[in-house]
Design a protein around this ligand. Sequence first.
Ligand code: ZN
Length: 119
Amino acid sequence: MANKQEFAENLGNTTKSAMSCPHCKEFVPCPVMKSEGVQRIIDYPDIVFRRRIRACSVCRTPFATAEGKLGLIDEITNNRELIAQLKKELASKTRSLQRVLRKLQGVLIYEERERDDPT
Ligand SMILES: [Zn+2]
């Protein structure tokens, strides 16, 4: 957590805010090289974020950030967990249906034999 002086300095110069570089992992100022303004997703008008290209002041590698509402991260996390649970349930139901299908195929084979060779 930044102290008050660092926080005030960051407020005064938000484009040089320190952050962890995704490449070299250093926590250093990563100035904005390009700001692409507010982005919207047509099908989801409630999702609004700002995309920026920054460069690490140590390794100089550029990387993109997306700044938006924190609630969106919570929603993505919750949806990821929900999808994992739904995949498990789907796999379980698929196995059940495959067992039923094999039984039905056995009944059909038996009925075909009875029809073809009624003794
Ligand atoms: Zn770096």
